[in-house]
Design a protein around this ligand. Sequence first.
Ligand code: KIV
Length: 284
Amino acid sequence: MSKKKLMIHDLYRMKRENQRITWLTAYDFPTAQFAEAAGLDMILVGDSLGMCVYGYSGTVPVTMEQCLVHCEAVRRGAPNTFVMGDMPFMSYQVSDEEAVVNAGRFLKAANVDAIKLEGGKRVVSRIRAIADAGIIVCGHIGLTPQSSGQLGGHKAQGRTLKSAQALIEDAMAVEEAGAHLLLLEAVPPEVSGFIRRKLSIPVYGIGAGPDVDGQLLIISDMIGQFQAFTPKFVKKYANVAEVVTTAIKKYIDEVHSGAFPQDEHCYHMLEGEAEKFKDYVERD
Ligand code: KIV
């Protein structure tokens, strides 16, 4: 039996019923298939694909075209999972109109269920415009990687009273603007819990502690694939880098030693054809 896809009203019901949702990023077809088969609630096709797939040092170079291609692959792999597209840097910063057009491209090209954009008070008109166009919007505040330069690096936010108050104001502004969901990144648990109780929309967290309506992790971090650095909030559930490197080393050894390929890996000639081929070779 195929999995039942969650809709936005299911996410609201789960918040009311205190049921935590599970959320991971995915960037490709096979990972999306694994996630759906495992019963994951939501997939974010994050602009973290810039680092995790393309090897950029950050998310700023990521383009709309790259995001759309990966969203399409993920949608094909997980037709029955709530999929969210992530608006890349400069796809929504310039104007409300451009933001609506680009948000719409995620739905038209990749049939995603929602889009996410970074920022609090400063993006309320974008949130309102996209939501008014009938698109489900997820806000993203706290550590916002696209503007990490302004934040002084990839630093946790809300760790002082002043910064926590600014986050709370941002969260309220995002809800007030019509966002349907909110993601908090790298925020102290007590601040996340306060925001979760203050808002009526579901509040999810990545590095925001346990007192939120659902957890997000980057797949490449949690399966031990991304090597450059591991944020404090990541728990590694597998070591894919080790598994893959060991497999590649073994393959290299076996090709060198002749242990691969074996007879079982060969295509043999069709019945009767081998004899004919032998005669042909001998006549040559
Ligand atoms: O791109 C992404 O994966 C994200 C998460 C870091 C929240 O935006």
